[in-house]
Design a protein around this ligand. Structure first.
Ligand SMILES: [Zn+2]
Length: 106
């Protein structure tokens, strides 16, 4: 695997792995889904909520795959309830998708 020999001049950017496509990306390029203490899950766009989290690309395809194949539930050590799935799918539909990936203004 990688020998941890990054360019020393490069600033360290915290990286997380998408649970669907397994690609490591900068944290801000991913969206965190957090397991709530009271049960259920929430989309944590600030990335600061307490609880076990899983990361997904800002890409509908990854959300779709993670929800349908169960990798999101596995990453969160839970089984997603139908209402959670609905909420996550609704959120995924609102994602810009790959074509608009560089539209992260402000
Ligand atoms: Zn992904």
């Amino acid at each position: 695997m990688a020998r941890n020999k990054q360019n020393p001049k490069q600033k360290h950017v915290p990286q997380r792995t998408c649970v669907a496509c397994r690609q490591a990306k900068a944290k801000r390029d991913l969206i965190r889904v957090v397991l709530l203490a009271e049960g259920g899950v929430a989309v944590d766009e600030s990335g600061k909520r307490n609880g076990r989290g899983a990361y997904l690309c800002r890409d509908l395809a990854c959300w779709d795959q993670a929800i349908k194949r169960g990798s999101l539930g596995r990453a969160l050590h839970t089984s997603l309830q139908p209402e959670d799935v609905k909420m996550l799918e609704d959120f995924a539909q609102s994602l810009p998708g790959l074509s608009a990936e560089d539209k992260t203004s402000t």
